[in-house]
Design a protein around this ligand. Structure first.
Ligand SMILES: [Zn+2]
Length: 108
């Protein structure tokens, strides 16, 4: 996940690389304008955000791994050849046949 990596790098900067002690009041006034006494608090918040983000990312990955390739009707893995042909296939072959038979059998 590119986004996660980017955010982690950013947050690592915020959280670790700028200890409050190194603040120089006079130099780099322009650069330092965004880095006031709230910096430490922001770093803590950033770390918290990242932890949460990381957990969400993990959950998304887990959900994707769990759901992808599983039949929505019977829950069994969908045939790989079938997935390759139709990546968004939601049902296994057996359930698909049943589903289509049911659908087409609706009109008499
Ligand atoms: Zn099925």
């Amino acid at each position: 996940m590119e986004l996660l990596h980017q955010l982690r790098d950013e947050y690592r900067d915020l959280a670790g690389a700028r200890p409050p002690k190194t603040r120089e009041p006079q130099s780099h006034r322009d650069e330092a304008s965004g880095l006031d006494s709230g910096d430490a608090a922001r770093a803590v918040l950033a770390q918290h955000d990242f932890d949460e983000l990381h957990q969400i990312g993990q959950a998304v990955v887990r959900a994707a791994q769990n759901r992808f390739g599983l039949c929505i009707d019977c829950g069994s893995p969908i045939d790989h050849a079938r997935l390759a042909a139709t990546p968004d296939a939601a049902r296994c072959v057996a359930c698909r046949v049943q589903y289509e038979r049911h659908a087409s059998g609706a009109h008499r």
